[in-house]
Design a binder for this molecule. Structure first.
Ligand code: AMP
Length: 569
């Protein structure tokens, strides 16, 4: 990911020594392509429109010049009044929190000079007001939240704003923030520097550029939207039935074929809990991440994952309701193929209900040290595939992406393969072949586990999460203090048992390990609880695990005899 050797290093960009120290501490040896292009121009004061994919280092590309600008202003001989000078607009709370974390990391050694306010922390407006009263140097928030503060007169930007950043601009528009951005522009001064970063350049982004940027430089560093095959291995896994998907996942995880931390993406929220409960049956702890959860819980889950508390997250990447469908709805179910109860988005009866319009798991969020992304369900769009798979192989780390596809998902799979095909039309997704009969021994266990995860169990798992949220809610604290009976009732409500865990499923006896995996597979190795670090240490850890693809040891060919025999004519 680092830029070509000829481009100047961070130390030649005229950055403040404190920022260079932070960069070194983070282990950033050289600027990424977008950083190499954007930082010098932004330091000259130019407006910039940059195409930058997630994981390309774009936060540093605007964060470093932003901090440098503030340090320069503060170092002026005549004292300048404290004021909000920079505003970073983000599409989702998760992304906002990540941006705040990155900016604070970059400002570690100048934290007394530069204060970054987080309007994505999930306090209500009144709770955030005191922070804004202190006039932090940088404010990070969603357009809606920033506008609400401006409307409430707790934030004034008209006389102080010097730098505006629109991060993930395409997503800002997809999330329906266009109106809020327009309204906000009326409260900004006439002159300020603006940086607009977007993964894609759509006509809407072009229109936003006209509105926000003045004589901008356009940057499109020649980077593919996903890393190349030497860094990111992509596999397509054809599964004959829904049960095969579960069976294969179970084999990959329980036989230790799949090593490292993984993100598992599914199509709907009920399916998210179904897979989580299924994994729990095998003693594999995973957490569910979906738009039903309150934003605070979601951020907490991401933080826990990044700290190494969990190794697996089962996530949905439903987009906000405002997101236009990229493709027409899929064709009708093919005859003879049993639809999964909860797989398709269209099957999610709860779609849109209680969903947070600022939810954006797959997009832009920096899940750290993700070795593997598994699309347990084929992503609904090519964009969604890119954003999901982009969670692995971040910075210079290697990664693997597996996409499980049923026959009825073939169309979506073909669309993704076509869109990502190389210049010679070759698919970037290698076929991942496996012989089902090798893992046949696990089938009974898998069926047993699938049976235990009933619809009722899924419903109760969702209820349990909501109950936990109510009990832990800061907002309800005062209510429960006044109404202790309600708290008592909630605490002693019928205990919820989402699914009965059968202890024998936890262990895989040796006789179930396929002969070709004996000596390779590490079933039930004791989990090491890792507390991960950032920066150089993290990258060392990643390479020490081996950059080779762990799945190469599991190259089987599907056994043809297992296919249903053609009916006699
Ligand atoms: P971003 O695209 O800003 O979300 O950054 C993605 C990841 O790349 C983050 O974990 C950053 O810490 C990391 N990163 C950013 N810039 C560099 C760099 N120059 N060298 C190595 N890693 C970087």
């Amino acid at each position: 990911m680092a830029a070509a050797a000829a481009t100047p290093g961070f130390e030649h960009m005229g950055l403040d020594g404190r920022l260079l120290r932070a960069v070194a501490e983070l282990g950033w040896a050289a600027p990424t392509a977008i950083q190499a292009e954007a930082i010098p121009l932004a330091l000259e004061g130019r407006d910039i429109l940059a195409r930058a994919r997630t994981g390309s280092g774009k936060t540093g590309a605007y964060g470093l010049p932003l901090l440098q600008h503030l340090l320069r202003v503060k170092a002026a001989p005549s004292a300048v009044p404290q004021a909000v000078r920079a505003l970073v607009l983000v599409p989702s709370k998760e992304l906002g929190q990540q941006v705040v974390r990155s900016l604070r990391q970059l400002a570690t050694f100048c934290a007394r000079d530069v204060r970054v306010a987080d309007l994505c922390a999930h306090a209500d407006l009144a709770a955030q007001r005191p922070v804004l009263m202190e006039k932090p140097d940088v404010v990070v928030g969603t357009p809606g939240r920033v506008l609400a503060h401006v409307g409430a007169r707790s934030l004034s930007l008209r006389h102080s704003l010097e730098l505006l950043v629109l991060d993930e601009a395409d997503l800002l528009l997809n999330f329906g923030c266009g109106q809020d951005i327009r309204a906000l522009l009326c409260h900004l001064p006439k002159i300020y520097q603006a940086l607009l970063l977007s993964a894609t350049f759509s006509p809407d982004v072009e229109a936003l550029k006209e509105l926000v940027l003045h004589n901008p430089v356009t940057l499109c560093p020649p980077e593919p939207r996903l890393p190349g095959p030497s860094q990111l291995r992509q596999f397509g896994v054809r599964c004959g039935t829904e049960e095969e998907k579960f069976l294969l996942l179970c084999a990959l995880l329980k036989l230790g074929v799949l090593r490292g931390r993984a993100l598992l993406f599914v199509g709907t929220t009920p399916r998210c809990y179904r897979l989580k409960l299924f994994l729990e049956q095998f003693g594999v702890p995973a957490c569910a991440l979906n738009s039903e959860l309150p934003a605070r819980s979601r951020c907490h889950i991401i933080t826990q994952f990044n700290r190494g508390v969990y190794d697996y997250i089962v996530a949905t990447d439903e987009e906000a309701p405002a997101a236009p469908p990229e493709h027409p709805p899929r064709k009708k179910q093919r005859k003879g193929v049993a639809p999964s109860k909860d797989r398709g988005k269209g099957k999610d009866k709860d779609k849109g209900k209680d969903k947070d319009s600022e939810y954006g798991v797959a997009r832009g969020i920096d899940f750290q040290n993700v070795a593997v992304v598994i699309n347990f369900d084929v992503p609904p769009t090519v964009e969604s595939y890119i954003h999901r798979v982009g969670r692995t192989a971040r910075a210079d780390n290697p990664g693997t992406a597996l996409t499980f596809a049923l026959p009825e998902e073939e169309e979506g799979m073909a669309r993704i393969e076509d869109a990502l095909a190389g210049e010679n039309g070759e698919s970037m997704l290698q076929p991942y072949k496996f012989r089902m009969e090798e893992i046949e021994g696990l089938r009974y266990r898998c069926r047993d586990a699938m049976r235990s995860v009933t619809k009722q169990a899924v419903k109760e798992a969702r209820l349990r999460e909501i109950k936990d949220e109510l009990l832990n809610s800061e907002k309800l604290k005062a209510y429960f203090e006044d109404n202790p009976r309600d708290l008592h009732v909630l605490r002693h409500d019928k205990p919820l048992h989402p699914a009965i865990v059968k202890p024998h499923l936890r262990n895989v006896p040796d006789y179930l390990v396929p002969p070709s995996l004996r000596g390779v597979a590490k079933p039930d190795r004791k989990k090491r609880r890792r507390v991960l670090n950032t920066g150089a240490k993290r990258r060392r850890g990643a390479t020490s695990r081996g950059s080779g693809n762990p799945l190469q040891s599991f190259k089987y060919a599907r056994h043809r005899a297992k296919r249903p025999a053609a009916p006699p004519s």
